[in-house]
Design a protein around this ligand. Structure first.
Ligand SMILES: [Zn+2]
Length: 247
């Protein structure tokens, strides 16, 4: 579907986004399985009608990089954060451009801005800003209620708060995340608030000596988040377990 002017998303459990930059198509994230390559290529041909010139990986997880080697062989330039460069032995799909904090890609008639927001989900997460359409691709920095951080030291907690606040700073109208439906800035705000409230309450209950199952009973999923993608199924409970044992 066309999310905004010349920006398209194949929406599934693993989203794939692409846009027309003038001199070619840019693809954001390259799926979990190589069998997706021809499917995505066909959709890009139908919508943009230009070859894949650039592939950006929001981070280096298997479900975001599978088609890198295929598109690299077809001549695409792979772009990711510098921390992603040495993390793989898969030669063809490695980044050709690996940047540190910020990178602006001039694509002919349009540009995209890449910014490093790592340290929460993985060391190498970046966001991709499409300024002409006020669209921001945030990869796995938002997981529809799921706590996306991997560690629970103070640095990671601070970083989660910073990252979500920075996403809001962009003032984007549309957001694309790595998996599931499109969030709005309201969802990011709500996530930050939920995160802070949950951490405080879980830490407090744990200090009182409550068990993790007692904490789960004490803290049901918030009413206004019950319709969030897969939230009630497992994410809320998973968050409590992760924070309870991590904090
Ligand atoms: Zn991920």
């Amino acid at each position: 579907m066309e999310l905004a002017s010349d920006i398209y998303v194949r929406q599934a459990v693993d989203n794939c986004a692409w846009a027309d930059l003038g001199d070619g198509a840019i693809v954001i994230d390259s799926q979990e399985e190589t069998r997706m390559a021809p499917i995505v290529e066909r959709e890009i041909a139908k919508t943009v009608g230009k070859r894949i010139r650039w592939v950006v990986n929001t981070h280096w997880h298997g479900d975001h990089i599978a088609c890198n080697p295929i598109w690299s062989k077809q001549g695409a330039t792979i772009i990711a954060h510098e921390s992603c460069a040495p993390s793989t032995s898969q030669r063809d799909g490695n980044p050709d451009i690996a940047f540190q904090s910020r990178y602006v890609l001039e694509g002919g008639t349009r540009k995209v801005e890449l910014e490093w927001l790592g340290g929460m989900h993985t060391p190498g997460d970046i966001v991709v800003h499409f300024p002409w359409a006020r669209v921001l691709h945030i990869g796995d920095l938002f997981g529809w209620g799921l706590f996306m951080q991997r560690r629970w030291d103070q640095l990671s907690i601070d970083r989660t708060q910073q990252v979500l606040a920075r996403i809001l700073d962009f003032g984007a109208e549309h957001l694309i995340c790595g998996h599931g439906p499109f969030p709005t800035p309201h969802h990011i705000k709500r996530q930050l608030d939920y995160y802070n409230t949950m951490l405080e309450r879980i830490a407090g209950l744990r200090e009182e000596g409550r068990s993790v199952s007692e904490v789960k009973k004490e803290l049901p999923p918030p009413e206004d988040m019950r319709d969030w993608w897969r939230f009630v199924d497992w994410k809320h409970a998973h968050n409590i377990e992760a924070a309870y044992s991590g904090l």
